[in-house]
Design a protein around this ligand. Sequence first.
Ligand code: C2E
Ligand code: MG
Ligand code: MG
Ligand code: MG
Length: 273
Amino acid sequence: YEAKRHGSGFVVYEATQDPYSVERLGLLTELGGAMGRGEMRVHYQPRRNLLNGELSGFEALARWEHPRLGLLGPGRFVPLAELSDVIRPLTLWVLGTALKQRCAWNKGGVMAVNLSARHLMDDSCPEQIARVISESGAEPSMLELEITESSLIGDPDRAQAILERICNLGVCIAIDDFGTGYSSLSHLKRLPLHKLKIDVSFVRQMLASPADGAIVDSTIGLAHQLGLSVAAEGIEDAATLDALRVHGCDEGQGYFIGYPMPAADATAWMASH
Ligand code: C2E
Ligand code: MG
Ligand code: MG
Ligand code: MG
């Protein structure tokens, strides 16, 4: 669909290009009020340290309990939110909810939250994050922010400056979906990063496809040579998990370890693992 971003936050829409335009615009309008109406949820997906097998943290993933459409995954509404200013309250709501949950658990390792490019580029983004952290009662070191490479390509100098301010809060920064974007290594090496996350699309096929296996292996090597830790997402079976461990991948996430689940199920998961 042809929606174009403008600096002011307006969206110019070419409805003729998009068979779902009315549905999408309707959803976007409803999304603005979804947090206030209590329709938004956070599911938590566990991740393990692959060296010692211990729980290392959770990733917070947004879900929308839509009154007519049922439970919607982020693929249905995050791209819409990113077209408008709704992405800011949405992100800050997920952040606050996840950090309060982490405080309530008083265990569970690092809480990872996804940050959109549009939000990262806000000059006040670091202060917004600092405020939500302090209101939640969490320590900044409990938080990891995941950003995609595409966040960095538009204005790498600005992204770098804002990331440095976020890093100075004491928060870890991970590059999500590593390998699927177009960021250059020369940009990446200047950024205050802690972790690369290898994308699901490479990990799922890594044993069947030599090309994907090579991408996974070289990403692990690259991360370590840059002094970064490396995580794999999309681990769906024991053989993949074992291969990643043998190749020195630090951390793993995927359906084989645990599905994204509501807080109560994550609490039970921690008790039984
Ligand atoms: P992501 O951050 O890369 O999250 C990983 C996605 O992979 C999640 O999809 C997760 O459910 C899925 N996944 C986990 N393990 C496996 C596996 O073993 N196999 C496969 N095939 N998939 C697995 P989900 O929850 O649908 O989220 C999709 C994307 O939506 C996320 O990708 C993230 O980019 C975005 N997203 C989710 N929540 C938020 C949010 O609060 N804010 C923002 N800005 N983006 C979000
Ligand atoms: Mg992520
Ligand atoms: Mg990812
Ligand atoms: Mg993704």
